[in-house]
Design a protein around this ligand. Structure first.
Ligand SMILES: Nc1nc2c(c(=O)[nH]1)N[C@H]1C(S)=C(S)[C@@H](COP(=O)(O)OP(=O)(O)OC[C@H]3O[C@@H](n4cnc5c(N)ncnc54)[C@H](O)[C@@H]3O)O[C@H]1N2
Ligand code: MOO
Length: 494
């Protein structure tokens, strides 16, 4: 490891001493000092209480030897949970809306983008220079110059030339454009000579070269990127039909949460309200609001049943404690649990439920929030902050993407630099940073597992580029793992 790596490792508190794949606690980072608490595993699963499968200790590749998670816990397997969430999101016909171009960024086209005009819409000069007709030398016409944005110029007669600007309409009967630097005007003679051979049609962009009116430029479902906005504008659009952003309401539960200042008297700062709103927006949602409800079951029931959102996201209250109200209120609200616990660490108490249609929503048209298949959903995120992030990426993201008609994210893979400990039966999601090997940083890319990845910690994820999907039993250094990109680092692992 070079000096720069060492410094960054220290700053990010990377795992630089690799844990063994089967250990249930990871060592403190190499940079650990007296400032740090006594070896906080900071990442080892907190509850791998099930015994290691006999005779397998120390092996990372023993996935096949462990019983199916369902058989052990009733929890849904991680990949299946994501698939269930995606199916739920895709169940409803999409709502669509027409928005001004400037508002369409990041949304998905509800209709194909069809050219409203030929592009270019007239024969265009590709260069600053001279429009010429027929073979040279050419008589320099009296007509001045042809500029972009001006009305149709008159036709060129054979043997004449006229100055022309890039983007200007080419006069009818022009046979070529000669770039300024390839032309020699003899002002006294009133003639233009070419410095090199002139090819018929050179530097003229013919009308319709890029598309003809009615050509399909992009399919429905394409993501509106800045480039798509540019293309749409060029093709004549002032507004676009897009799939509506899924509406999400966030309900933050817990009497112990503070919204400002330092933690005190057993109270902690709400880390999830500030995190979820922008993260959900980055996933393409319209966040209707974030409300703090404390541990009030009645208020939670009212908020869930009255919500007009497509997706209600709750935080905390998913476990079986005395004030964990999410399961009881879902029962009371007649909700259908689609996922009740996932075989993933952290985050295993996460859940997904289909709610009854909200009041006044039943009559909405096809694809409305209350349509037969358009019922709203609830994703219950565990209260531990990294567990909540795990639930967000496992359940909320696939559901929102499908609801917004966005294609599932293409999986990325990267090899891990260090051994990563695993849960005996469950998938682990571990924050990683991207690094390139080699002195000049031009070697193959690697994912470096970060320390401080315990369920209650955000220190690792805050420094991360993605989350590595660690199979049951862990992974060895060099093993290729799927990496979940974070919305703000999308594509960095490609
Ligand atoms: N007997 C069992 N207890 C627990 C289990 C279990 O299987 N059996 N699972 C543990 C796991 S794993 C998790 S994760 C949590 C999930 O608990 P809840 O979803 O009910 O969350 P809470 O109890 O409300 O809170 C847990 C923890 O997180 C803190 N928290 C909550 N909300 C926030 C927030 N907005 N910002 C920051 N921190 C938050 C809260 O203070 C607690 O410390 O259950 C375990 N228990
Ligand atoms: O430990 Mo809990 O895995 O979901 O945070």
């Amino acid at each position: 490891m070079n000096q720069e790596d060492r410094e960054i490792d220290e700053a990010l508190a990377l795992v630089s001493r690799a844990p063994t794949p089967t250990s249930t606690s990871t060592p403190a980072p190499a940079s650990a000092s007296a400032r740090e608490p006594a070896p906080d595993p900071g990442g080892a699963p907190e509850q791998p209480q099930a015994p290691e499968p006999p005779g397998q200790a120390g092996r990372a590749d023993r996935t096949a030897a462990v019983p199916a998670p369902q058989a052990r816990t009733g929890a849904t397997a991680w990949t299946e949970a994501r698939a269930v969430a995606a199916r739920a999101g895709g169940a409803a016909a999409p709502r669509t809306v027409r928005v001004a171009l400037g508002q369409a960024l990041g949304q998905v086209l509800a209709e194909p983008l069809t050219a409203l005009t030929d592009l270019p819409s007239f024969d265009t000069s590709a260069m600053d220079g001279w429009a010429v007709a027929g073979p040279g030398p050419w008589h320099i016409g009296e007509g001045g110059q042809v500029l972009a944005g001006h009305a149709a110029p008159g036709a060129l007669t054979d043997g004449t030339a006229v100055r022309i600007a890039t983007g200007a309409r080419v006069p009818p009967d022009t046979t070529a454009v000669i770039r300024t630097e390839h032309a020699r005007p003899a002002e006294t003679e009133g003639r233009l000579y070419a410095r090199r051979e002139v090819v018929q049609g050179q530097d003229i962009r013919p009308r319709g070269q890029e598309c003809r009116t009615g050509d399909r430029l992009l399919p429905a479902g394409a993501l509106v990127t800045p480039a798509v906005l540019g293309l749409a504008a060029a093709a004549g659009y002032d507004a676009l039909s897009v799939v509506c952003r899924p509406r999400v309401e966030v309900l933050v539960l817990g009497d112990e949460l503070l919204s400002e200042g330092l933690p005190h008297d057993g109270m902690v700062r709400d880390a999830l309200g500030p995190l979820l709103d922008p993260w959900l927006r980055a996933l393409g949602a319209e966040v209707l609001g974030t409300r703090r409800l404390g541990d009030d079951a009645e208020a939670l029931h009212r908020a869930v049943t009255a919500s007009t959102a497509d997706l209600v996201v709750t935080t905390g209250g998913t476990a079986a404690g005395p004030v964990d109200h999410v399961h009881p209120i879902l029962r009371k609200a007649g909700a259908e649990l689609l996922v009740d616990g996932v075989a993933v660490r952290p985050g295993h108490p996460m859940l997904l439920a289909r709610l009854e249609a909200g009041e006044g929503e039943e009559g909405e048209g096809e694809g409305g929030a209350g349509g037969a298949e358009g019922r709203p959903y609830l994703v219950g995120l565990p209260g531990n902050p990294l567990a909540a992030v795990s639930g967000l990426l496992t359940l909320a993201e696939p559901l929102l993407r499908a609801r917004a008609q966005q294609a599932p994210r293409a999986p990325h893979f990267s090899s891990v630099r260090d051994d990563v400990s695993g849960h005996p039966y469950d998938t682990r999601l571990v924050p990683v940073v991207r690094r390139r090997r080699g002195r000049d940083g031009n070697g193959p890319e690697q994912a470096v597992p970060l320390h401080y990845n315990g369920p209650a910690m955000l220190r690792g994820i805050a420094a991360a580029d993605g989350l590595a999907v660690v199979p049951p039993g862990g992974a060895r250094a060099g093993q290729v793992l799927e990496i979940l990109d974070l919305p703000w680092t999308e594509g960095r692992f490609t």
